[in-house]
Design a protein around this ligand. Structure first.
Ligand code: NDP
Length: 410
């Protein structure tokens, strides 16, 4: 098969980019279906896609927490695959629906139980046998990081090294949206992620360090290409878990993300007054979850796009060995918020997530990636995927570089 029907679930910032990009590749995605909790958001995206690319999509309302409801929609739409860009809470229910109906599955973030701010692949890796037995494929974490970051490692390994010793993933958003505080993707998921305990992998074990708001958090000034000096904070990110398993010989992997003082101050205050809590509290006789209330107050990340300026720079600094000789490569992408807005009305964080998600869907649709079971990105061929990602707006550059010092986390 080289083309067919896609069902996208989730009509937020990332969902909008995925639909625009599928519409730009209408020779592959011949029928585009978009479903979300309510029909209003899919319909708004439908209108915009029609205006920009002249492609008509079909919209649906679905509660993706209910596998039977999703399965009924899949039976109606008959897609080749389901692309899940709803929230991590829905991963397992959508995977269950794919198993009921025998269609492939892709997502961009690993499963999180709603009552526990903890992300790990164990829940989804437990589906390996079920997907294998059913003869279908699940691809996990097909955004930028995770996603392209995993594939940058796989690509550099394939092209330059026999083994990889050290990886530092560096993620900078040097953009300005003009708000006093906002998150770049779903506020609830974003705040749960950045307030977690931090860990990195070193010499065969996980090393725990203080969270980013803590005065003892680990950070340093890194000179990024194009955007220059930015403060890089050590953070735990989900791709570390799979890369540790899938990169043979890996000695250390760390994830760094930039945060402004303003962002960290807001986060500290919000945490100290309890508004980031994920457990329900009593409020005037009603149960409310503070972080969900906070989400309702904060700007919708997609709405930031109109005034966003500046760039993101995300990539991997990778030290490896080829024929006994060690060297370091830096592979990265630069993406401009305002250019994303001019093209499809989105900001760069949604754009850098949606383009790889569409590209992974194209790999499955065209039969370039084949497999039965549950896969992390780096287990698949990085080259055709990165070619499509590059052609669709996110080219990468590889330069010779210096290994980041061990002493940063010593
Ligand atoms: P948004 O909150 O903007 O969008 C989520 C969408 O999912 C909304 O349309 C929402 O509907 C819908 N949704 C939520 N619950 C359900 C449900 N039960 N049934 C059906 N639809 C539902 O999020 P983003 O677009 O910012 O992020 C989407 C995903 O992308 C997240 O999982 C996020 O973690 C991931 N991501 C991955 C990145 C990467 O690089 N790998 C980077 C950034 C994001 P409603 O608004 O009505 O609730």
């Amino acid at each position: 098969m080289t083309k067919g029907t896609i069902l996208i679930i989730g009509a937020g910032g990332v969902g909008a980019v995925v639909v625009h990009k599928c519409a730009q590749n209408a020779d592959v995605f011949t029928d585009i279906h978009l479903a979300s909790r309510s029909i209003e958001k899919p319909n708004a995206i439908k209108k915009d896609v029609q205006k920009r690319s002249g492609v008509t999509i079909t919209t649906h309302a679905v509660d993706a927490d209910k596998p039977k409801e999703v399965a009924a929609l899949i039976r109606k739409v008959k897609p080749v695959l389901v692309l899940n860009v709803a929230l991590p809470y829905q991963d397992l229910s959508i995977m269950d629906a794919c198993l009921m109906t025998g269609v492939h599955y892709i997502d961009t973030a690993n499963y999180e139980p709603i009552d526990k701010a903890e992300f790990e692949y164990s829940w989804q890796w437990a589906y390996r046998k079920k997907f294998k037995d059913k003869g279908i494929m699940a691809v996990l974490g097909a955004g930028f990081d995770p996603g392209v970051s995993n594939m940058y490692c796989a690509y550099i390994l394939k092209k330059h090294f026999d083994t990889i010793r050290f990886v530092d993933i560096c993620d900078a958003n040097a953009g300005n949206h003009g708000k006093s505080f906002a998150t770049n993707f779903n506020p609830e998921i974003n705040i749960r992620e950045v307030t977690q305990g931090v860990k990195h992998w070193n010499k065969g074990k996980w090393v725990k360090t203080p969270p980013i708001m803590d005065e003892k958090s680990i950070h340093f000034t890194f000179k990024y290409p194009v955007v220059g000096d930015q403060e890089n904070y050590l953070l735990y990110h989900e791709e570390l878990e799979s890369l540790v398993k899938n990169l043979p010989g890996l000695e250390r992997i760390r994830f760094w993300m930039t945060f402004s003082q303003n962002y960290l101050t807001h986060l500290r205050v919000m945490q100290s007054i309890g508004i980031t809590r994920i457990d329900a509290i009593d409020y005037e006789g009603k149960k409310i979850v503070p972080i969900k209330f906070l989400k309702a107050l904060l700007p919708n990340p997609a709405s930031l796009a109109t005034k966003y300026t500046g760039k993101t720079v995300i990539g991997c600094i990778i030290t490896g060995v080829k024929k006994g000789k060690e060297s370091t490569k830096y592979i990265y992408n630069v993406c401009d918020h305002a250019e994303c807005f001019a093209e499809i009305g989105s900001q760069a964080i949604s754009y850098t997530t949606g383009v790889p998600a569409m590209s992974a869907a194209m790999m499955l649709m065209k039969g370039i990636w084949k497999g039965k079971g549950v896969f992390n990105m780096e287990e698949l061929d990085p080259e055709p995927f990165l070619n499509v990602v590059s052609k669709n707006g996110l080219p990468f550059k590889v330069i010779d570089f210096e290994r980041l010092p061990d002493t940063l986390t010593a």
